[in-house]
Design a protein around this ligand. Structure first.
Ligand code: ZN
Ligand code: ZN
Length: 366
């Protein structure tokens, strides 16, 4: 079968012929890949950055944001049947630490986890994959055109879930984490796919949402944000004042930009008992000088939390599927606009090499 393969540490990415994977256990399913999203991680891998081939192999099949249909089942009585639309999780447990043993490999403590398409395990840019049912999430047939965005949505589901759980655990509020955002003000930095999907989830939970990005207000990203009911602030030299004009008290900041200068600037707008979560991994070379004392003083005097979040658990995949469905019903035709191109795998190089100005989420089809 065909697959898109990378020689890690190089820019050598190519379509190759590999053996079709076979079901070896009753708990496994074989999936026909339909769509695989491209994100910053794929671009970093393809430019010679962070990526590891499976042990003993020279090449890594890339791709971690997938949607497919069940082609074959290891056992007929496991709740999935041929033709079911499904998505697969990315990370696999290290088998050593307590979180991994409890199926929380997104919180792995050894760093010895593997990730399909990224770290030590082949990914989803291929005609077929085989995986264990444990890592599979069923998708309603009505969600087929958006399902490829499940994985990026899980990244924000986890970050937002952890914000809400931390806040409801420490504040005298309704203990239900799903209710904490009602009436709160959330600021999202960076309106790529992650930022827009974060705005979507935050709005679904009842928050007022402000999105900040360098994009021109007439560009597609701000258009989608405002169509969902968010407020757009264009990033300039006066971010603090511009944010304060629309939001006197910011309760939650979700960083999806990975730009440290912007993060420290945003932090100064965070209100009492506020929480800031980082999801963007900064590129190399953003050195900055920080006046630490007033920042730490503010964090102490306002009881603030700053934390990072990566990957996601099974419950976040289930929540992502629910939220994508709810969002499509609430804002017909809007979430679909985040996918700006669909390209056949034979032309994958065009997508990886060049990036149009209006690109948000590029998808490879199989
Ligand atoms: Zn990704
Ligand atoms: Zn682990």
């Amino acid at each position: 079968m065909k697959a898109i393969s990378l020689v890690p540490g190089t820019t050598n990415v190519h379509v190759t012929d590999v053996d079709e994977p076979k079901i070896q256990k009753k708990s496994e399913v074989k999936i026909k890949i339909r769509e695989v999203g491209i994100c910053g991680t794929d671009r970093e891998e393809a430019s010679g950055g962070r990526a590891d081939a499976p042990a003993g192999q020279k090449e890594l099949i890339i791709g971690h944001e997938m949607f497919g249909e069940v082609a074959e089942v290891g056992s007929p009585d496991q709740g999935v049947k041929v033709g079911d639309p499904v998505v697969l999780m990315v990370r696999r447990p290290c088998g050593q630490c307590q979180p991994c043993k409890a199926d929380c490999q997104d919180m792995c403590e050894t760093g010895n986890y593997t990730e399909r398409g990224i770290k030590g395990c082949n990914g989803y840019q291929a005609e077929y994959v085989v995986d264990d049912l444990k890592y599979l999430i069923k998708v309603p047939p009505t969600l087929k055109d958006l399902a490829v965005m499940t994985e990026p949505t899980t990244v924000v589901e986890k970050a937002i879930d952890h914000c809400c759980r931390l806040q409801t655990a420490r504040l005298p509020v309704d203990p239900d984490p799903m209710k904490w955002l009602q009436g709160k003000t959330a600021l999202v930095a960076g309106l790529g796919p992650i930022g827009l999907l974060a705005a979507m989830v935050l709005l679904l939970r009842g928050a007022k949402v402000i999105g900040i990005d360098r994009a021109d207000p007439s560009a597609l990203k701000p258009q989608i944000l405002t169509a969902l009911g968010g407020i757009f602030v264009q990033s300039t030299d006066n971010n603090k004042q511009n944010i304060e004009k629309v939001a006197p008290q910011v309760d939650l900041i979700l960083d999806a930009a990975g730009v440290p200068t912007l993060d420290f600037e945003m932090l100064t707008t965070l209100g009492f008992n506020g929480i800031l979560t980082l999801t963007g991994v900064p590129g190399k070379g953003h050195p900055l000088t920080v006046n630490g004392a007033p920042i730490f003083e503010q964090m102490v005097l306002k009881n603030q939390i700053l934390f990072g979040s990566v990957n996601a658990g099974h419950q976040h995949f289930e929540q992502a599927v629910k939220d994508l469905e709810a969002a499509r019903t609430k804002w017909p035709g809007q979430i679909e606009r985040i996918i700006t191109s669909r390209t056949n795998y034979t032309d994958f190089a065009k997508v990886l090499e060049s990036r149009s100005k209006e690109e948000i989420k590029a998808v490879i089809t199989w």
